[in-house]
Ligand binder design. Structure first.
Ligand SMILES: [Zn+2]
Length: 246
């Protein structure tokens, strides 16, 4: 049974890798893998539970393969952190340790001008225009950090740290829709400082200065001069349900 599931899963994962989806009738799959109907149904049930396949019933039904989505990693991570009673501070601490390394990796990219710098520069422009709007500025500030991680060039870091970034962003976004919960973003002077720090990080990345990019990112994320009461989501327990529909 286990071997059967893995065989089906491996083949589907390969199709997902190449971006393929298909609707294959149950009878065809049973013939292809030479297994009994209950075994195939069990294999498909597991793939459905993992979000890798949907079984559609009826004449035009069959098994449809889905590409594994990075959002799934954030959701599973969220569920585990929630079960351990982890708070957002803890998630943010991990990001604070790992993001400077990402900034350095961005600066080390040979193709940085057309990849990460182009993406970050767009976000910088948009957030400059949103300086007077706390919620929009906060949203773009989170996007800045997500783009930094998403474009660092290492697939594994992009997936793992990217999951933490989206976990954190979704919580902050949900909270910050209420003006009384916008924390540090409520203050325009603070928004201007954050914008300046983001711009300096992009400049260091553009120049390919890995050490400066890392140092600026660390300083930006550990700036103790900011009012700690203003940190959004402080002591808030992680709730995986917020991520369910992302
Ligand atoms: Zn920032």
């Amino acid at each position: 049974m286990r071997v059967t599931t893995e065989q089906v899963g491996d083949e589907d994962a390969e199709m997902a890798r190449t971006g393929g989806t298909r609707g294959t009738a149950l009878e065809d799959l049973i013939g292809e893998f030479q297994v009994s109907p209950p075994s195939m149904r069990e294999a498909l049930r597991i793939l459905q539970a993992e979000g890798l396949a949907t079984v559609q019933r009826g004449n035009v039904g069959g098994a449809v393969v889905h590409v594994p989505r990075p959002a799934k990693v954030a959701y599973v991570l969220g569920m585990i952190l929630q079960s351990q009673g982890t708070t957002l501070d803890d998630v943010f601490s991990a990001m604070r340790l790992l993001e400077p390394a990402c900034a350095a990796a961005c600066a080390a990219r040979k193709d940085r001008a057309t990849t990460v710098v182009a993406k970050l520069a767009d976000t910088i422009e948009e957030s400059r225009a949103a300086l007077d709007d706390p919620y929009e500025f906060m949203r773009l500030a989170r996007r800045f950090h997500e783009e930094l991680v998403r474009n660092c060039g290492n697939q594994t870091i992009m997936l793992l740290l990217g999951a933490l970034e989206s976990l954190y962003s979704v919580h902050v976004d949900t909270l910050a829709r209420r003006p009384s919960r916008q924390g540090v973003y409520e203050d325009r002077a603070m928004r201007a400082i954050m914008h300046k720090e983001h711009s300096a990080m992009v400049d260091a990345i553009r120049k390919g200065d890995e050490a400066a990019a890392e140092r600026l990112a660390r300083r930006h994320l550990t700036n103790d001069s900011r009012p700690t009461t203003g940190v959004i989501g402080r002591k808030l327990p992680v709730r995986a349900s917020i991520l369910r529909d992302v």
